[in-house]
Design a protein around this ligand. Structure first.
Ligand SMILES: O=C(O)[C@@H](O)C(=O)CO
Ligand SMILES: [Mg+2]
Length: 260
């Protein structure tokens, strides 16, 4: 049976961020993940998780100005210093939260910079981040995002992401496999997961179309969960979906899974 974490950047949005930890615990979650904790002091975020009795299993490195459409800066040569300052910030929060992994978002492909420069910048930044977090035993993840929802995103498929991770050459670098993005871009979910399991550091889920909870779209999640057990996936699965109604009412798929 996979282990599921509530994504607090998608779920329980009807309450302030620091109250979402308790909301997730009240729905039975033992772990949470989120995009960016940086607007809150690390000790306040840690206290919210501790008081709710949930582990923090993932968050993202700072990813530029999200409000204006930036989706990561790791491939941008003119933002290397900013990315690396962000790695240090993330390391501080990861220490306070005892979080074992941090996700890197590559960024949007700008005009006028060659693929080779973007690629080399990202590989160097991945290597830097991995080295920065290795001492604490933490993983750095690279997540492909689908380029239908995020046009020009630099890493939108599994195979190129794995090539970048391999080029960076660090044992604490892993793939963040988001089932929703993978379904949009390439499908073939079960075989891709089986063939690349050693690279998979974290999984996230949402159904397609709509990015809602399992059971609202085309993906056969009961089969996928059995498949993940069969191939020996031991990590977490982040519930990173926009609930079709209230968050609390969106876990019927999980209740059904627990009854099998
Ligand atoms: O899939 C996503 O959108 C998230 O995992 C993320 O971190 C970027 O928004
Ligand atoms: Mg994701």
């Amino acid at each position: 049976m996979p282990r599921f974490a509530a994504n607090l950047s998608f779920l329980f949005l009807d309450r302030p961020f620091l109250e979402r930890f308790a909301a997730a615990a009240a729905c039975g979650f033992k772990a949470v993940e989120f995009h960016f904790p940086y607007e809150f002091p690390p000790d306040e975020v840690a206290a919210a998780a501790r008081e709710a009795g949930v582990a923090v299993v993932l968050f993202n490195f700072p990813a530029g100005n999200w409000a204006v459409g930036e989706r990561g800066i790791a491939c941008l040569p003119e933002r290397i210093a900013e990315f690396r300052e962000g790695v240090a910030r993330a390391a501080t929060w990861a220490e306070s939260l005892n979080c074992p992994r941090v996700n890197c978002l590559a960024g949007l492909r700008p005009e006028g910079i060659t693929e080779a420069v973007l690629r080399d910048t990202l590989v160097d930044n991945l290597r830097f981040a991995a080295d920065a977090l290795a001492g604490a035993g933490r993983q750095v993840l690279l997540e492909p995002l689908n380029s239908r929802d995020t046009p020009r995103f630099f890493v939108d498929r599994t195979v190129p992401a794995l090539a970048l991770l391999d080029a960076a050459g660090r044992s604490n670098l892993f793939l963040q496999y988001d089932i929703y993005h993978a379904q949009v871009m390439e499908g073939d979910l079960a075989l891709t997961l089986m063939r690349n399991l050693p690279w998979v550091g974290h999984i996230q889920l949402a159904d397609n179309p709509g990015r809602h909870e399992p059971g609202t779209g085309e993906i056969n999640f009961p089969f996928l969960f059995r498949h993940l057990d069969a191939i020996g996936y031991q990590g977490w699965i982040g519930c990173e979906y926009a609930p079709s109604g209230r968050s609390e009412d969106s876990f019927g798929w999980l209740d059904a899974l627990m009854r099998t």
